[in-house]
Structure formats: C-alpha cells, structure tokens
Design a protein around this ligand. Structure first.
Ligand SMILES: *Cc1c(COP(=O)(O)O)cnc(C)c1O
Length: 419
C-alpha cells in the first residue's frame, strides 16, 4: 500500500498533484511520500511486536538525510556499509549504539571513524578484517564489538547480482570456517564477540530462504555457545522483496511470523536490516517526455531521465511500472522508454505497453524509492536530479537539483596545462 493514487485521472502523491511539483521545480525528480515511508517502517517493526529487536534501516537503499531523519524519529537503528553512510547517519541524529556496520571492504579510516563513534557492532566478513579491527581498536584504546557475517550457502532465488549468501559470493565467511573465525576472534584482545550476522540477498520474494538461513545459523549459535561464546545478537540482514510487477513477496507479518517461530527460546536479540521493503514503493521518479520517434520496428518514447538517474533497468533488467502523470485514457501502444544517454543500455523500459504519451507529457516511474537516487551518477555530465518529499498537501525539496557548477566541484587544472 502506498500513497501514489489517481484522482480524476491525475496522479497524486498524498494530497499533492505530481504535475504541480513538476511545474514548479522542473524534471526529472525523485518524489517520496512521507506517509508511505512511515507506514512501511511501522508495519515492518510492529510485525516483530513482543520480540526483543532492533530494526536497522539499511541506508544504502535511500540515504537522503530527510528519509534517514524520519526513520530515526520512529526509533529505527541504521545499517551502514561505508564511512559516508556513517557520516550521514550521525548527521541525521542516529545514536551510534543503534548503528551496525556491514561490508566486505572496510578501510582503516572507516574502521577508526566507526570505533570513535562507538557503533553497536561491526559485521565482519573476513579474518583479515577481524585482525585489522582488533589492531585499530588497540591503537584507539577501545574494544570493538563484532559479529561475524556467516555465509549460509542458501539460494535466495533472486537476480544473481543481488544474491549474497551463496558459496560463490564474496560475502561473509563460509559456515565451516566461521567456528574457526570465532575462535580467532575470542583470542583477540580488543574484540568483543557479541553476535552473528547473515544477509542472503535482496529482492527475495519467498520466506523459505530466510528460514533456511536462520535454521542453519541457529545450529552454529548452539555450537558457539557450547564453546563458551556469549552470542547476544542475531542479525538476519535485509532482503525482503517488493512488488515491482507481478511478484508476490510475503507480507512483513508473514515473514516475521516465520522468523519469530524459529527463534523461540533462543534468548537472542534480533537485528533486522530492511531497505527496499521500507522505501521501494514509497518513491517514484518523475520524468518528462522529450520526444517521440518511430524506428523501423520500434516505437521510442524519449524521456529526460536516463540510466544515470535510475540504473536498475540497465543493471539488472529490472522492471519498473511507468504511468502517465495525467492519464488522458488514450490508446495503449508498445514502446521502449529510453533516456538521453549515449548507450544502447540506456532504457527505463523495453517493449512496454504504455499509454500513447506525447512530447511534454509527464511519466511516473513507479517503485523507485530504493536504489534509485543512491545509485545515480553524473555520467554524461548530467547533474543529479532533485529529491522531493510530500507530507499531506505540502511538498519540500529535500535535495536540490545539482547545478553545472556542482559538476566540476573539486576539479582543478594543473599549472602545466594552464598556458
Ligand atoms: C543492501 C543490504 C541490506 C538491505 O537489503 P534490502 O534488500 O534492501 O532489504 C541489508 N544488509 C546488508 C548487509 C546489505 O548489504
């Protein structure tokens, strides 16, 4: 359920016509619904009612400061994967003791930053990383709380680029090697082993892989407890999918029910790292039709947003519904919706049934709240687009459209070129 709905053939975000925002700030822009963000967070969190838990919203899905601030105000923690996300999280007001830090390639400066901030825990993905964190904690005279990210080797049946819990994936430590990892960890002076972590992938539309992973991790926890390790946190990662087209992922309540049932009696504090399921359907990308053109075998709708603004169709062949902002109820055509970029892969949709829009019409690319703006780039020197948040009948630009000056920010010409 989201708050992007038609009234009299015109698309609204909550109580604001999308067209009005486009008229005032231009296109393209990302548009987020405050009510939808809030509702999705609360549904997810409340699904685990009664269980000792901390929902750590996964920042990389959408790191806009206002989005982060909203979740912080609702009591969320934060899952980060870089020093930059830590910076954003702290700026948005998250308490460091609600921040967990995942990622296979943490740099020294990032580790130091997180140690100095005093985060809840590091999700460690290799023995070398463990040793480095121990060393840095020693230098900074502190103790680093860690969980080891275990790779349970389950198939999440999602796009290969976003499955992370298979043996062949770069993430985590194999289950067999994890015990050894924990043995190394507990011998390290500046490491406090507090938990165990797994994150098996993204856009997962079935509860089974989660349960499979959990069962496998539970066995491991038993073994770890037997050898005297005090595992307090179980971090189940994120990955619950959403409906982009015709997928029917489990409702957060069903997902929670399975997990809660499997966790009974384990005395673990559950950490969850949802990203997409909270923000995905809370945002759209609004773009204007620049031109129409007919190829020999194809109809093209050329939009002013491209793969640099929304990379998912190009990167994963991902499906995003595309709707006219003002629906003239004209005929349907089959067309490719493409961007202005000089790449054949620059498309938002291929062979799509879509209403017969013309130059100047506005299109809404739906379900673009997750991995939309955060994956965008300046390719082809295109300024990154504005981000807007609607609450009730107000809208607010939460990130300005970049200007041309922003494109060259930080660049300088050395004297030997300055003739
Ligand atoms: C990306 C990521 C998440 C969030 O995944 P979603 O599919 O957006 O829920 C959670 N945890 C880790 C470690 C991640 O890398």
């Amino acid at each position: 359920m989201h708050h992007f709905k038609y009234r009299d053939n015109e698309l609204y975000c909550e109580d604001v016509p999308v067209r009005i925002i486009a008229e005032q700030i231009g296109t393209p822009f990302y548009l987020y619904s405050h009510a939808t963000l809030k509702r999705h967070y609360l549904i997810f969190d409340e699904a685990f009612e009664g269980l000792d838990r901390l929902v750590c919203y996964s920042a990389k899905a959408n790191t806009n400061l206002s989005v982060l601030k909203l979740f912080e105000s609702l009591g969320s923690g934060l899952d980060i994967v870089s020093g930059g996300e830590l910076y954003r999280g702290l700026k948005a007001g998250f308490s460091p003791d609600k921040i967990v830090y995942s990622g296979v390639g943490k740099r020294v400066d990032e580790i130091d930053y997180a140690l100095e901030a005093g985060i809840l825990m590091f999700n460690v993905e290799s023995i070398e990383e463990l040793e480095l964190i121990n060393k840095r904690a020693g230098i900074l005279e502190t103790i680093a709380p860690v969980a080891i990210r275990v790779n349970p080797d389950v198939d999440p049946k999602t796009h290969p680029y976003i499955s992370t819990g298979l043996k062949k994936n770069k993430f985590g430590i194999d289950k067999e090697a994890a015990i050894e990892g924990y043995n190394v960890a507990r011998g390290l002076e500046n490491i406090d082993v507090v938990g165990i972590d797994c994150h098996i992938g993204s856009q997962i539309t079935d509860a089974k892989p989660f349960v499979e992973a959990l069962e496998s991790i539970k066995d491991l926890i038993d073994e770890l407890r037997k050898i005297g390790l005090d595992i307090r946190f179980l971090d189940m990662g994120g990955g619950l999918g959403i409906t982009y087209n015709d997928e029917s992922p489990p409702h957060p309540r069903e997902y929670a029910k399975e997990i809660v049932a499997s966790l009974k009696g384990t005395q673990l504090k559950l950490i969850l790292e949802p990203g997409r399921v909270i923000v995905g359907n809370a945002g759209i990308l609004v773009t204007e039709v620049l031109f129409r053109k007919s190829g020999k075998d194809k109809e093209f709708i050329i939009a002013d947003a491209g793969m640099n603004d929304l990379m998912r169709p190009t990167l994963y062949s991902a499906f995003h519904a595309i709707e006219p902002v003002v629906d003239n109820e004209g005929q349907q055509i089959t067309a490719d919706v493409v961007g202005p970029i000089c790449e054949t892969g620059d498309f938002l949709a291929v062979d799509r049934k879509i209403s017969d829009v013309i130059k100047g019409d506005l299109l809404a690319v739906m379900s673009a709240g997750a991995y939309g703006f955060t994956m965008s780039s300046n390719y082809c020197s295109r300024p990154r687009v504005a981000e807007v948040m609607v609450k009730d009948d107000n809208f607010y630009v939460v990130r300005d459209r970049e200007r041309y000056e922003d494109l060259v920010n930080g660049e300088s010409i050395p004297p030997f070129l300055d003739v």
